[in-house]
Design a protein around this ligand. Structure first.
Ligand SMILES: [Zn+2]
Length: 392
């Protein structure tokens, strides 16, 4: 009796192991249905709009795995059609391995800071972000993410706190930031304590406060798409948005953000984050990563369609760091399958890829510090010189 129980347990362990192995195998697509062509370099002219895209935890292997799965070995994802590529060094001021807060602050402020700090230096002085500079110049600004909107990456553009976990304060900072568009998950930090699902400790109803400031609040795809407001707060889930059957998708949120922001004749700054490629990496969950890269690349298509048509928009896509130490190994010498391996459930220090399209995109070629990327974008955009430290 005992032996058969052990036998069953052993069998169960073996079968669980087997499934895990299978889910780490990627079926390589044979031929893409549509072949994506590389985009040309465009003439350098003043930049009117900047769309800065961050794939959280998105290294070369995350992108290449998505490419294998979606368009095969010979195909190109939309993000791979951008004509300029570079490599970005991601270390932070207190670690060779960065977190998302220090990683995004390097891009938003042009400074290296300690892990966990949101648009602040290690000594807690605040640094002005490119989004804030754009807002001061009268441009429209926005953030879009598939995490809660108060998560580290979007927060680093429009909030200043000493620890990324201070998401209640981050939501309050957004009230002051005066952005035109905030879209993603995370209403748990916007509703008062005591209401179901609230993660706030005070009684502030930030959704009401945003409405009083002229924002339209939407919480569904339908409301998002039918909104005609020029100030939009859209929160579609309590925390991070669901990965499966995500509604709205990152592409749908990005399209709406561009539609609203591009009404400003003087231009706009938009930060879009594919937040959960990182979460798939932390879970060493290959399927999760592939699903997220698909959602991400569909959003990039919308962005590039706009930028090609517009001609005055600089698009820069990069990552804050790689997550998981994801690798592509051979799978029994088969050409139609690859095996994914992972080295960690944390972040790694491997440099990340950068892609750029639009006027002056060529300036982003070569190896560069993450801070240099932020500094260059601000300079080319003409919104000011980074870094700008606020002395109190
Ligand atoms: Zn992470």
């Amino acid at each position: 009796m005992k032996r058969s129980i052990y036998g069953t347990i052993l069998l169960l362990i073996l079968s669980v192991n087997c499934t895990a192995q299978e889910s780490n195998t990627i079926q390589v697509a044979v031929k893409p249905e549509v072949v994506n062509e590389r985009l040309p370099l465009v003439e350098d002219r003043p930049i009117k709009n900047v769309i800065f895209i961050i794939g959280d935890g998105t290294g070369l292997v995350q992108l290449t795995s998505g490419q294998y799965k979606l368009v095969g070995a010979e195909g190109l994802l939309h993000l791979q059609t951008m004509p300029v590529t570079g490599i970005v060094k991601t270390y932070s001021s207190n670690g060779l391995i960065t977190d998302s807060a220090a990683g995004a602050t390097a891009y938003s402020c042009g400074v290296k800071t300690d892990n966990g700090k949101i648009a602040q230096l290690p000594d807690e002085r605040e640094c002005k972000t490119i989004l804030e500079l754009a807002e001061e110049k009268g441009l429209s600004t926005g953030i879009v993410s598939t995490s809660g909107v108060t998560h580290a990456t979007p927060a680093s553009y429009a909030a200043h706190v000493r620890a990324r976990g201070m998401e209640e304060e981050i939501a309050v900072d957004y009230l002051e930031a005066d952005m035109e568009v905030i879209l993603g998950g995370g209403w748990e930090f916007f509703i008062p304590s005591g209401e179901e699902g609230s993660e706030r400790e005070d009684n502030r109803n930030l959704i009401n406060e945003f409405e009083e400031k002229g924002y339209e609040y939407v919480d569904s795809k339908m409301a998002l798409e039918s909104s005609e407001s020029d100030k939009l707060l859209g929160l579609f889930s309590p925390g991070g948005m669901p990965s499966e059957d995500r509604t709205p998708t990152l592409a749908e949120m990005s399209s709406k953000a561009i539609e609203v922001l591009s009404q400003n004749e003087d231009g706009f700054f938009l930060m879009i984050e594919g937040s959960q490629i990182d979460w798939g990496g932390h879970g060493n969950d290959t399927e999760y990563v592939l699903r997220e890269v698909k959602d991400f690349d569909a959003a990039i298509k919308r962005v590039l369609d706009f930028a090609v048509e517009d001609g005055e928009t600089l698009v820069v896509l990069t990552a804050d760091h790689e997550t998981g130490g994801m690798a592509i190994n051979s799978h029994y010498d088969r050409r139609d399958e690859v095996e994914i391996a992972w080295t960690t459930t944390g972040h790694t220090g491997v440099p990340v890829p950068l892609m750029a399209y639009g006027p002056h995109a060529i300036k982003f070629t070569g190896w560069q510090e993450n801070t240099e990327v932020g500094i260059k974008v601000a300079e080319l955009f003409g919104v000011g010189t980074l870094p700008q430290i606020i002395e109190e």
